[in-house]
Write a protein that binds this ligand. Structure first.
Ligand code: IPE
Ligand code: IPE
Ligand code: MG
Length: 225
């Protein structure tokens, strides 16, 4: 059976769920938080060490201002409300993505949340915020050039936002869409990908466990036989 160290998730389908069930996209984002909580709990139960969540992409700035500000308000409230529970459950929070675009207040909330949890070892949650794989790779190359180091696979891996994090074993995308949307392109070279029909707010523990169990039985070759 394949061990699972790292699960990455593209939490897609909130907007469609909201329109269908509540009349607005934003209420879909709110409903998505319940799924987020139950998936975090199940990840702890499963003793998985890393969970990377695509929360806001570098392309999501193209959305209407109202939706963007709703998303960031949800994020701020979530962090403020849940920080104690993260500490209690020994969860470490780590942000991947370019934080420079955020307000000083949000940057502080993010770095305080990271600091408060940085000793925790049970589960590391990597929140991908203003994350884009192409931006990450460009940023990485700039760092390597500035240090006057060689462009090697190892140096790239060690300067990404995901440095010190093993590559995802599996990637799940909910919302019945079959694309990567600029997520972890370098890191998922050998990741097993699962596309899930259900929209994120409809995705349950049971669906998650089904995918994890399917993954455990796969034969992974990494180019060998
Ligand atoms: C994903 O759900 C969540 C974010 C991008 C923040 P969407 O908002 O993309 O939902 P759909 O895909 O439009 O239904
Ligand atoms: C990917 O979903 C980003 C997040 C889930 C945060 P999108 O809904 O933004 O992806 P596209 O635009 O449909 O490819
Ligand atoms: Mg979407």
């Amino acid at each position: 059976m394949n061990p699972i160290k790292h699960v990455a998730i593209i939490m897609d389908g909130n907007g469609r769920w909201g329109i269908k069930n509540k009349g607005t996209r934003n209420l879909g984002h709110r409903a998505g938080l319940n799924t987020l909580e139950s998936i975090i709990k199940e990840t702890l139960n499963q003793k998985i060490k890393y969970l990377t969540l695509y929360t806001f992409s570098t392309e999501n700035w193209k959305r209407p201002k109202k939706e963007i500000s709703f998303l960031f308000t949800l994020l701020e409230n979530f962090l403020q409300k849940k920080i104690n529970s993260l500490v209690k459950n020994k969860i470490r929070l780590n942000i991947i993505g370019n934080k420079k675009k955020f307000s000083a207040q949000l940057q502080k909330l993010l770095s305080d949340s990271e600091k408060k949890t940085n000793k925790n070892k049970k589960l590391q949650i990597n929140l991908a915020l203003n994350y884009g794989s192409k931006e990450e790779i460009l940023n990485t190359l700039r760092i390597i050039i500035k240090k006057k180091h060689k462009i090697t696979e190892k140096n790239i891996t060690e300067n990404l936002y995901t440095k010190n994090i093993p590559n995802p074993d599996l990637l799940i995308r909910t919302g019945n869409t079959h694309r990567l949307s600029n997520f972890l392109l370098w890191q998922i070279a050998y990741t097993e990908i699962f596309f899930e029909k259900k929209l994120w707010p409809d995705f349950k523990d049971k669906d998650y466990r089904k995918i994890l169990n399917k993954f455990r039985l796969l034969k992974r070759n990494f180019g060998a036989i």
